[in-house]
Design a protein around this ligand. Sequence first.
Ligand code: UDP
Length: 238
Amino acid sequence: DTPQTTYKRVMLKISGEALMGDQGFGLHPPTVQRIAREVKSVHDMGVEICMVIGGGNIFRGLQGSAQGMERTQADYMGMLATVMNALAMQTALEEEGVFTRVVSAIPMDQICEPYIRRRAVRHLEKKRVCIFAAGTGNPYFTTDTAAALRASEMACEAIFMGKQVDGIYDSDPKTNPDAKRYGEISYDDVLRANLKVMDASAIALCRDNKMPLIVFSLDEPGGFGGIVRGEGTYTRVH
Ligand code: UDP
């Protein structure tokens, strides 16, 4: 008996750091595999899945430029980092028997497909998990914006953002035991209160395209599946 959900197509956004486990850097294959199983459990419910994975576990443009590197060059390195993460996730998903395609905003024909919107839609219809690599393909953006953009282009019903905390709090729950979690909040209020959920351009894109965002904890086993069924704790931004 497969658990039920009303979602037909969703975007899962995770940061690169979600893939590094307890290491301070890079990829931790057992952690990548664990997340792949979470994705499979939702895929098994018949949900079409888009994924955007960050690159911060390997390289962040802003950090590079803070160390004197030219910003756009550093950002391109960050985008390449997301391709490495996408390939790692592809391998892990196929290990679980889930068919996937990596589609890149920057063509890299030997490694993955170039992003062509109608082709990506077709992959989803054929129940392939579509991993969108290389962010938006532009420097000065983040993979949050890539998730907002591709979710809108693919007509996803929501973006699920897997974090290390189970939603958006009014202050940091790791340092403040009285921190309060929002059940729901508007994009305008997120921007007004300057809550660190996504960068401002990604939030604005979601708001303008009426794309709901669900922030949940990826550390809870079964978390993604539960949240897609509407169980567990999370924050819904709309
Ligand atoms: N990046 C970029 N354009 C994009 C997406 C990403 O230039 O459209 C670069 C940017 O330098 C960023 C890096 O890729 O720092 C890694 O992405 P991000 O910081 O979003 O990863 P996360 O924090 O989610 O792991």
